[in-house]
Design a protein around this ligand. Structure first.
Ligand SMILES: *Cc1c(COP(=O)(O)O)cnc(C)c1O
Length: 372
């Protein structure tokens, strides 16, 4: 028979960029340890690969949402802790008691459940204003007797540095810290780290920024010193010549004004390349950039790869794409070539109104992940 079929679609993950982003975030947090949120399968990039790479860098604290995610992740490297943010339902108890991770207890019910089961070391979430998960500070009495490893809270508006909510939550969290004993305290996600060291406490919990997202609204890539981590690479599965007057794709929305060489690529909206990306996502072959034409299909996109001797070169300057015309040697794209779709998250987010989180976590499951 056969071993496996090589995918015509790859997600290339730059492990050095991931590690550099983590070190940058750690430095911003001062004395605090720097953890990593790897929920939603490492924001779409593959939680296992992220854990292994960051554990080698020295990361000792990882966070997933659910026990299903903790189980899927498999054993943690030696000396590395995993926390499950969504607490423990009754159905989670066998997994939780197996010791694969620590629960982050969010409610009085969960605290009671954990205590009744013996109450080993756990984490606790206190809600300081986001009103999502966590005990209210005034409910803290129920925590007496628990062995709390990390006491945490989560910021609602950290991506807006001037939002009054940040200072308000910081003040509440300081009161919580004074009142509830725990080994360590934790408040900051990626954007929280960027608010300054006073938000870092004992351990930080970045997610988005690790993966090349820009956590603070309005900041540029350079300002933040973060590097893009993921790129989509897809194979050309057919080249076709389209005559003037013919159309390409569903809805016949694009019409050729002159004979056009079209590459059909093995990627589509089922892989997170959503229909509204069409005008915003450049396709790269070497140093040349091409544009998509027509509608994006579930599994296919079309790209104009006509060999003009002039081409509009589009370059990313960290803030956006700028275009200029220059002479080029024809790329001569052929069936079997690989083309790259660079995922510049802040820019793509601004152009599509999707959040950088949505852009990453909707990439889908058909990619063969390749670490470089
Ligand atoms: C997702 C999450 C994080 C990471 O947030 P980013 O904005 O991706 O850095 C941290 N803490 C909690 C509780 C989370 O749910």
């Amino acid at each position: 028979m056969f071993e496996s079929v090589p995918a015509a679609l790859r997600l290339t993950i730059d492990g050095d960029a991931l590690a550099a982003n983590w070190r940058w975030l750690r430095a911003r947090g001062g004395e605090a340890a720097c953890g990593a949120a790897v929920k939603a399968d490492g924001y779409g990039l593959g939680a296992r690969g992220v854990v292994d790479r960051l554990a080698r860098e020295g990361c000792r604290d990882f966070f997933v949402s659910s026990w299903a995610e903790a189980a899927a992740l498999g054993p943690m490297p030696e000396g590395v802790a995993l926390s499950v943010l969504h607490g423990v339902r009754e159905a989670d108890m066998p997994a939780a008691l197996s010791g694969i991770a620590r629960p982050v207890l969010n409610s009085a019910e969960q605290v009671a459940r954990w205590k009744a089961a013996g109450g080993a070391a756990c984490d606790v979430m206190i809600d300081t204003g986001i009103n999502r998960l966590g005990l209210r500070p005034e409910e803290a009495g129920v925590l007496a007797g628990l062995e709390i490893e990390t006491l945490m809270s989560h910021l609602a508006c950290a991506d807006e540095p001037d939002h009054p909510m940040n200072e308000r939550q910081l003040a509440r969290f300081r009161q919580v810290r004074a009142a509830i004993p725990a080994k360590r305290y934790s408040l900051a996600n990626s954007a929280g780290i960027c608010l300054g060291k006073k938000y870092a406490f004992g351990v930080t919990r970045p997610g988005l920024a690790l993966y090349g997202g820009i956590p603070v609204i309005g900041h540029s890539v350079q300002e933040q010193g973060l590097r893009p981590v993921a790129a989509v690479e897809t194979e050309v599965i057919q080249i076709r010549q389209v005559e003037a007057g013919e159309t390409v794709g569903y809805g016949a929305t694009w019409q050729a004004h002159h004979p056009t060489k079209v590459a059909i690529l093995n990627v589509g909206y089922a892989d997170g390349i959503l229909r509204q990306f069409a005008e915003h996502l450049p396709i790269r072959v070497g140093d040349q950039v091409f544009g998509m034409i027509g509608r994006i299909s579930m599994d296919l996109i079309a790209v104009d790869v006509t060999d003009h001797d002039h081409v509009v070169i589009t370059e990313h300057d960290g803030e956006g794409w700028t275009s200029h015309k220059r002479l080029r040697t024809p790329a001569n794209v052929r069936e079997g070539d690989w083309l790259t779709l660079p995922l510049h998250l802040p820019w793509l987010s601004r152009s599509t109104t999707l959040s950088q989180y949505e852009l990453l976590t909707t990439l889908g499951h058909r990619y063969q992940r390749r670490w470089t």
